[in-house]
Design a protein around this ligand. Structure first.
Ligand code: EPS
Length: 346
């Protein structure tokens, strides 16, 4: 299927850099690097983040597709250099003569990609799986998402997110208490968040084919963020308990305009935007790298052992909500460019 806004990323967690190539941007779009970098800072923050965030200060370099602050219609390349690479350059070297076993590990970490990834790609050293499966790659996705958000701003579309739950905590004070408790116990926490997009035009997505349904596309984009285990639209997570009379958003007319008094549908009916706010909720599982290691098996000895631990976040739900905003922004940027095709902005 032909997509308008496409991108690919590359880069390992402790490699030299993370890179993205974005294709399909019209020319004349102003690219505000301060905005991209402020989004990258948002992703680095949040109570419960770990040691890596003390090392990195993510900023994006634009190396193609932009001239004098505006896109020129050619692919846009973004690069984020990993500051931590200076501590890993021998271990992550691309040269065969630098081969080392330093930082190799062979005990599968439960909850991570290690077990299936090592079988799939035939790796003995699980470092080869960890490096790309790490959530570090979400940094470059947030940079791409910032560009998508700049495009959406041209159409007055705005987005935000909020944390709904962390552990058993339901407000900011409780979030901090829950995270402190987990950290002290050498444990980790997940949580639930909500992303909202406002001012979307009616009719993004379609009901005509399963793969054009916008809710399906959003679910795929959010579910594939590392550690996400559940995605719902509007009040979808409660739809089993609510009757039809109370669930569906009745339609009224006010000053000649179609209006709703509720938004249980989360802005999507029939796989299309209906003009109401798009609301997406997602649940992140607890970070699977634990200071108090989980039981596992060593892939070399095939004996039971404890999982490998280097360092980790206690909780990264706030960062994850920024990643989800970015992924959804990319889906919507694509839909906007399909609905309102243009090669340039004046
Ligand atoms: C992350 C960088 C990683 C992890 C984290 C996300 O850095 P490092 O492995 O050097 O500590 O902190 O990734 C995970 C916890 C994970 O399970 O993938 C980042 O930049 O967000």
């Amino acid at each position: 299927m032909y997509e308008k806004f496409r991108f690919l990323t590359s880069g390992e967690s402790h490699g030299k850099c993370l890179t993205a190539i974005i294709d399909g941007l019209p020319s004349g779009l102003e690219i505000d690097t301060n905005y991209i970098n402020s989004e990258l800072q948002r992703r680095q923050q949040g109570y419960g983040r770990g040691g890596r965030m003390q090392i990195e200060f993510d900023t994006a370099e634009i190396s193609s597709g932009v001239r004098f602050g505006k896109t020129i219609g050619s692919p846009v390349t973004l690069v984020i250099y990993n500051k931590d690479y200076e501590n890993w350059n021998k271990i992550m070297s691309t040269k065969p003569e630098d081969m080392t076993e330093e930082k190799s590990f062979t005990a599968y970490r439960p909850g991570h990609a290690d077990y299936a990834g090592s079988i799939k790609y035939n790796h003995k050293d699980l470092r080869n799986v960890l490096e790309r499966s790490s959530a570090r790659k979400t940094a470059i996705e947030v940079a791409v998402g910032a560009v998508a958000k700049l495009l959406l701003k041209k159409y007055n579309i705005e987005c935000s997110s909020k944390i709904l739950q962390i552990g058993n905590g339901k407000n900011e004070i409780e979030f901090h208490q829950e995270i402190d408790k987990a950290k002290e116990a050498g444990d980790t926490l997940g949580g639930k968040f909500e992303v909202t997009f406002k001012n979307l035009p009616v009719g993004l997505g379609s009901y005509v084919h399963w793969d054009r349904c916008l809710d399906g596309r959003i679910a795929q984009a959010v579910m594939s963020i590392p550690a996400i285990k559940s995605v719902s639209i509007g009040d979808g997570e409660h739809a089993a308990e609510i009757t039809g009379k109370n669930f569906h958003d009745e339609i009224f007319i006010e000053n000649g305009k179609v209006v709703r008094k509720t938004n249980h549908a989360g802005g999507i009916e029939g796989g299309m935007t209906n003009g109401e706010d798009l609301t997406v909720r997602a649940i992140m599982k607890p970070i699977p790298t634990l200071k108090t290691p989980l039981n596992t098996v060593d892939s070399c000895t095939m004996e039971e052992t404890e999982a490998h631990f280097e360092r980790s976040d206690t909780c990264a739900v706030e960062a994850c909500s920024v990643v989800a905003e970015s992924r959804i922004a990319c889906v919507l940027a694509n839909e906007i460019l399909m609905k309102f095709p243009t090669d340039y902005f004046e």
